[in-house]
Design a protein around this ligand. Structure first.
Ligand code: ADP
Length: 330
């Protein structure tokens, strides 16, 4: 598909280049040819007077011959020039066509991968539910406690599916609400902490917060979402009884937000990928089996990008991670 699109685009560019080149060549030919003709038709009276009318007509003939020769040379030069433009323009057009199509190709590739990953993640809980229900239906003496157990387990899978679809929806619609206003970061921090308090209590994690009263231009819901994701991860990947620190302060012309934990940390090989959609470090998938779909940090990155900010991470396995976000101050 992309090969034929590249060929079509190359042909389009080349047609434009050649139309311009041939147009200019025709104009140059006419202008030069007229100029040559004008100089060839200068009065021959001088010859007429000195050498007589015969020599004047001889000079005229010679001039006409020279004029034809000059015109032919001009035609040849312009043809050669256009052939060179065709060769160079062809290469250039192909290069430009590939460059134009490259981001579209990359986007389609990303979309394909995303659809594949999303359907894989959706299939996993659905398959689990299907097999549990099938086994239960095959049992003619299914007891009530067993049926309740099945329903509870199915409900868990439904909750996972709901979380996944909500994550996907947030990712898809994050850029739609573009209303920005002055956001007091200390107030949003307090809200975000409130949202994760239950989880932190369950994990016996103490959240320490120090937030300066500074403002950034942004979308309240999105910034709240960003802080909740970072705090939620810090709690999720920390051992029971540890501490999570949230700090907000002005630095140069930026608001610097950091969320630091003393948790599992992130392996060096995972660091370049953690902001990718559906990426989960092996330890999160297998060893400790933390719930999640690898969408949180992708959503966080998207929100930061929408606010012209920068998100970064500093992490050491077994020592902890510090996520930092910089937003321009309002
Ligand atoms: P999820 O937490 O749902 O897996 P995220 O996109 O939020 O997805 O995070 C991607 C991965 O980055 C996680 O699977 C985890 O391996 C790693 N990660 C994120 N935050 C932390 C953290 N604070 N400490 C350790 N690992 C983290």
């Amino acid at each position: 598909m992309f090969r034929s699109a590249a060929a079509k685009l190359t042909l389009g560019y080349l047609t434009i280049i050649m139309t311009l080149s041939i147009g200019f060549s025709v104009a140059i030919y006419h202008i030069s040819s007229n100029e040559l003709e004008r100089s060839a038709s200068r009065p021959v009276d001088l010859y007429n007077n000195i050498f007589g009318p015969e020599s004047a007509s001889e000079v005229n003939k010679l001039r006409q011959q020279q004029l034809n020769k000059d015109r032919n040379r001009l035609k040849l030069n312009l043809t050669l020039y256009n052939l060179a433009v065709l060769a160079v323009g062809g290469g250039l057009s192909y290069f430009l066509a590939r460059r134009t199509l490259a981001p579209i190709e990359e986007m389609l590739e990303m979309q394909k991968r995303f659809t594949g990953d999303a359907s894989h993640e959706l299939r996993t809980p659905l398959t689990a539910m299907q097999s549990e229900i099938e086994v239960a239906l095959r049992d003619p003496d299914l007891s009530k406690p067993a049926a309740v157990k099945l329903l509870k387990s199915n409900l868990e899978e439904v909750a996972k599916l709901k979380a996944l679809s909500e994550g996907l929806l947030t990712l898809a619609t994050a850029g739609q609400d573009t209303s920005h206003q002055k956001i007091p970061l200390n107030a949003v921090c307090a809200e975000a902490i409130k949202q994760v308090t239950k989880r932190a209590k369950d994990q016996q994690i103490n959240i320490k917060s120090s937030a300066e009263a500074i403002e950034v231009m942004g979308n309240h819901q999105q910034i709240l979402n960003l802080l909740s994701i970072l705090l939620d991860n810090a709690i999720k990947y920390s051992p029971k009884g540890s501490e999570v620190k949230l700090s907000v302060k002005a630095k140069d012309r930026y608001a610097l937000i950091t969320v630091a934990d003393r948790g599992a940390g992130i392996a060096r090989k995972d660091l370049p990928h953690i902001f990718d959609r559906f990426y989960r470090a092996d330890s999160s998938r297998t060893k400790s089996r933390k719930e999640g779909y690898g969408l949180g940090l992708a959503i966080a990155k998207k929100i930061v990008d929408l606010h012209n900010g920068v998100i970064d991470v500093n992490s050491q396995p077994a020592k902890g991670s510090t996520f930092s976000v910089r937003f321009p101050l309002a």
